[in-house]
Design a protein around this ligand. Structure first.
Ligand code: 13P
Ligand code: SF4
Length: 368
């Protein structure tokens, strides 16, 4: 499903990327004794290595709770970048996907950045190869290049601005008010949503998130009818017809905040189910239901859980800290890093100027 006004800069082979995604091996399930031993080892190693654990809401709750217990942070991709940058630790351990580790390294070139696995990709990043993207930018020299954080360091280096989902609308509003036309990449759905909300003149790269792409509007409509009291919370990487059914459209942090703030007792949630851990923590008396995906066949290719996020576990996290070696360390070419830092810093400075906190306001849509 492609937004009507979108241009097709190239055929992104999403089918190939989707197949690749579902071959990613999830972290193994552990018995209780092994779990406890690994948690204790990781806590000791974090201290010994002067390291801090920064985890995304989509990783296993095991890692989220460990980040909380050890003075690290669990957050969306904007706050992960800010927290790692501000924290004094010499080593940042990023539990998430590779672009999150790269962003940490770009902002902190003097620090060591480790990840449980460097194989944890993102379909948005994979769908936007730097060479093809750069050629596309060259064809549109009159446009301001705004890229989503879910991209490689090289793509960020080519951009004027990096944005995350929690600040994309505000940045584009700001650029639109200055009369700038936008070249947006890579998420076509988030791009179409930002275009609709801001009225900016945007051309869109055609990437998509293989997880959010699975949410289905027809099935969601039926579920809404079964739970008329429920509020629908949707991440803007979802298809436009799913976004159209939302009461709140927002980043992961904004979705959690809405669960806390809205008076509803029941929520239907269209984003990775890893987020339920924090939602239940902030609103323990409320009920959260997963929005339906395309998966009547119940194949994992339609689970609302990112297969690359699922690669992060206690075993490879302990290995990363123990080995402290090349299989776990993020490197970014210094020249690429310098250029990418400018566009990320632009977002962070802008966020600061707006006092957009990680718990910032979401875009509240009228119920469909
Ligand atoms: P957030 O910036 O909302 O954390 O989203 C990151 C992501 O990868 C969503 O799929
Ligand atoms: Fe990328 Fe989607 Fe996974 Fe987020 S959920 S990291 S956008 S593939």
């Amino acid at each position: 499903m492609i937004p009507e006004k979108a241009e097709l800069p190239l055929q992104v082979d999403l089918e190939r990327i989707r197949r690749q995604a579902w071959t990613a091996p999830p972290a193994p399930t552990l018995d209780e004794a092994t779990r406890q031993a690994l948690r204790a080892r990781i806590k000791r190693l974090l201290e010994e290595r002067n390291a801090v654990l920064v985890a995304h809401y989509y990783v296993d709750e095991e890692l989220q709770s460990l980040a909380d217990e050890t003075g690290g942070c669990v957050s969306d991709s904007l706050e992960m970048a800010r927290f790692g940058h501000a924290h004094p630790a010499e080593t940042i351990v990023v539990a998430g996907v590779r672009f999150m580790g790269e962003t940490a390294k770009i902002l902190n070139p003097e620090k060591r950045v480790l990840m449980p696995t460097l194989q944890a990709e993102c379909s948005l990043d994979l769908s936007c190869p730097a060479d093809a993207f750069s050629a596309f930018c060259d064809q549109h020299p009159d446009r301001t290049v705004v890229v989503y954080a879910n991209t490689s360091a090289e793509v960020k280096a080519r951009a004027d601005w990096v944005v995350t989902s929690s600040i994309a609308v505000k940045v584009v509003e700001h650029l639109h008010a200055r009369g700038e036309k936008i070249l947006w990449a890579p998420d076509r759905y988030l791009g179409a949503y930002v275009e609709e909300v801001t009225g900016a003149d945007m051309i869109l790269w055609q990437g998509s998130c293989i997880v959010h792409d699975e949410f289905r509007a027809d099935a969601l409509r039926k579920l809404k009818a079964e739970h008329p009291e429920a509020a629908v919370l949707v991440h803007p990487e979802s298809p436009p017809d799913v976004i159209a059914l939302a009461d709140v459209v927002g980043s992961t942090t904004q979705i959690i905040q809405a669960a806390k703030d809205l008076p509803n007792k029941v929520f239907i949630v269209a984003t990775d189910r890893g987020i339920f851990y924090k939602m239940k923590e902030v609103a323990p008396d409320k009920t959260f239901i997963e929005a339906p995906t395309g998966g009547l066949a119940a194949s994992c290719g339609s689970c609302a859980h990112c297969p690359w996020m699922a690669m992060n576990g206690l075993t490879n996290l302990a290995e990363a800290l123990e080995q402290d070696g090349p299989e776990h360390e993020i490197h970014v070419d210094p020249e690429v890093g310098r250029e990418a830092r400018k566009s990320i810093k632009r977002m962070l400075d802008f966020a600061e100027s707006l006092k957009v906190q990680a718990t910032g306001e979401a875009n509240v849509a009228s119920p469909a």
